[in-house]
Write a protein that binds this ligand. Structure first.
Ligand SMILES: Nc1ncnc2c1ncn2[C@@H]1O[C@H](COP(=O)(O)OP(=O)(O)O)[C@@H](O)[C@H]1O
Ligand SMILES: [Mg+2]
Length: 411
């Protein structure tokens, strides 16, 4: 372990950091469906990192909490007291998810070298998004806020927690997102095959890793909605009873509404060249309200149209911004959207020449790639290694990410 990292980590971590070490990664994404937790064993030097997932689980948010978070993220009026309370409530749930994944793997929490917690984003607006979308709320300074108090996770588990990963990249002039591309690069790069990693979370994001590339040649951006439009439609039309279209089965019973689909494909975001990122501001409630309400159509048809749009947006992003630069050999897909069979088969129809594979094939269970990524990023932080890719986030330089909440001191 480099001297600088040792000083940084102080007595917070044990010598296990040099060889095999156990780490937990925690995240709840923009879908706000629940907390993904993964316990991994890391080994090897950072550039030839080996990862093995020992246990992983999703702890769904209690329904009421989820609705509070969704309301807050949608920009509804809140107060600092509510944000403060939610930070502690969510922190408590993140701690429980960490303890549960340790139990599942039969690993005592004190054996962990580190926990990397992304937290729950409740607001994110980088410089770029601010310039292009405006916040509509009179906000002018780029900022980001992830909640889920790391001190609570550290106290409950006795383990050192790295959290607030996005802020250092933004302080160095970056967008603060996406951060997973470095991990995609470390784990999916290939000497002779160009790879695109696609995560179908609330938003669909892409990491492009040219064959044999240096980190500088990696780029990544958001293609459009992942599950967000489908989920929002589902929640609205069932008055909150259902929050996603399981397996894409309801959409599969419907038909694409041609005129609506054409109108949706004209949404300016899809044409705008990268770097670009999207969130609820682009594809949340207001998007669904604007385009889908007032349509006299069955829910199945609306869902089918939303599913078609989601697959189209990924294919369109590749056609416009990636294929002109390189031949893509494989598309490695992860995120909850992989369970939507209609979405995946539509994507295959749009991209007949690309091999579409699940990330599981590369030792990254599709539902947990992002959780695993934050375990790895936390490990890098303790080693004094940067976690951002300036070519992707626009930061002025590579920076060590995160803030550390110490665990219990050694007895
Ligand atoms: N069985 C399923 N069928 C269809 N969609 C699913 C299924 N399971 C999960 N999903 C979708 O995946 C989403 C969660 O994916 P996730 O990768 O956790 O996204 P995020 O990172 O935004 O939280 C759910 O909101 C839902 O839309
Ligand atoms: Mg999720």
């Amino acid at each position: 372990m480099p001297e600088r990292a040792k000083r940084l980590a102080g007595s917070l971590v044990d010598a296990a950091l040099d060889g095999e070490r156990l780490a937990v990664g925690l995240i709840s994404g923009t879908s706000m469906d629940g907390i993904d937790a993964a316990l991994v064993r890391l080994s090897g030097p950072p550039e030839q990192l080996q990862v093995r997932t020992l246990a992983a689980l999703t702890m769904p948010y209690p329904k009421r909490l989820r609705l509070r978070l969704l309301r807050m993220a949608a920009g509804e009026t809140t107060c600092s007291g509510e944000i403060s309370e939610l930070n502690f409530l969510v922190g408590d749930l993140f701690a429980r998810a960490a303890l549960q994944v340790c139990r599942r793997a039969r690993v005592a929490p004190r054996r962990l070298a580190v926990i990397g917690s992304h937290g729950q984003t409740v607001f994110h607006q980088g410089r770029f998004a601010l310039r292009h979308a405006g916040s509509g709320r009179g906000l002018r300074t780029p900022s980001t806020l992830q909640i889920g108090e790391p001190a609570i996770i550290a106290q409950r588990t006795g383990t050192c927690v790295v959290a607030n990963f996005r802020t250092a990249d933004m302080a160095a002039g970056g967008e603060g997102a996406p951060l997973v591309p470095l991990v995609d690069y470390l784990l999916l790069r290939h000497e002779s095959a160009s790879t695109v990693a696609l995560n179908l979370g609330g938003i669909a994001n892409l990491t492009v890793i040219p064959a044999g590339a240096d980190p500088d040649a990696v780029f990544g951006f958001d293609a459009g909605p992942g599950n967000m439009v489908i989920d929002t439609l589902m929640r609205r039309q069932t008055r909150g009873r259902r929050s996603y279209d399981a397996g894409g089965r309801l959409a599969a019973q419907g038909r694409v509404i041609g005129s609506l689909f054409t109108e949706l494909t004209r949404f300016p975001f899809f044409r705008r060249p990268p770097p670009k990122s999207a969130g609820r501001e682009q594809f949340g409630e207001s998007f669904v309200k604007r385009y889908f309400t007032g349509q006299r159509a069955r829910l199945a048809d609306l869902l089918r149209t939303a599913t078609q749009l989601t697959a189209w947006a990924v294919a369109e992003a590749l056609r416009r911004f990636v294929f002109p630069r390189l031949r893509v050999d494989r598309l490695v897909v992860s995120g909850g959207g992989v369970h939507n069979r209609l979405l995946l088969s539509t994507l295959r129809d749009y991209l007949p020449h690309v091999a579409i594979e699940l990330s599981d094939r590369y030792g990254l269970p599709a539902d947990f790639k992002e959780a695993i990524a934050f375990a790895i990023l936390a490990d890098r932080t303790l080693r004094g290694l940067p976690g951002n890719l300036p070519a992707v986030t626009g930061a002025r330089r590579p920076v060590i990410l995160g803030q550390i909440a110490p665990g219990r001191s050694p007895q």
